[in-house]
Design a protein around this ligand. Structure first.
Ligand SMILES: [Zn+2]
Ligand SMILES: [Zn+2]
Length: 97
């Protein structure tokens, strides 16, 4: 169980981010980081629809991760995990498909 520190949220640290995220839930405001605020991939998460990523510890909106199989890992961490997985993989010789 690795709990690494990733301060990738444009300078906002995890404690402050999570505090604000909880506050927005209490105030019935849409969670921060919801895709509807940036690229429109999400129709809009409801207030309080966030979860804590088990890897980075950030409270993330549901649309940013919460996949069926990896419901506790956010998109950011999943992308990193995937990259690390690919890097660790020994390239298969030839096309073994
Ligand atoms: Zn959303
Ligand atoms: Zn994460």
């Amino acid at each position: 169980m690795s709990n690494q520190h990733h301060d990738r949220k444009a300078g906002m640290n995890k404690t402050l981010w999570n505090l604000l995220q909880r506050g927005r839930g209490i105030l019935q405001l849409q969670p921060m980081g919801c895709h509807s605020q940036t690229n429109g991939f999400c129709a809009g998460c409801e207030p309080g629809q966030y979860y804590q990523c088990q890897t980075c510890g950030y409270l993330q909106p549901w649309c940013k991760g919460a996949l069926d199989t990896y419901e506790d890992i956010c998109d950011d961490c999943w992308a990193i995990a995937e990259q690390m997985h690919q890097a660790a993989d020994i390239p298969i010789e030839g096309a073994a498909e």
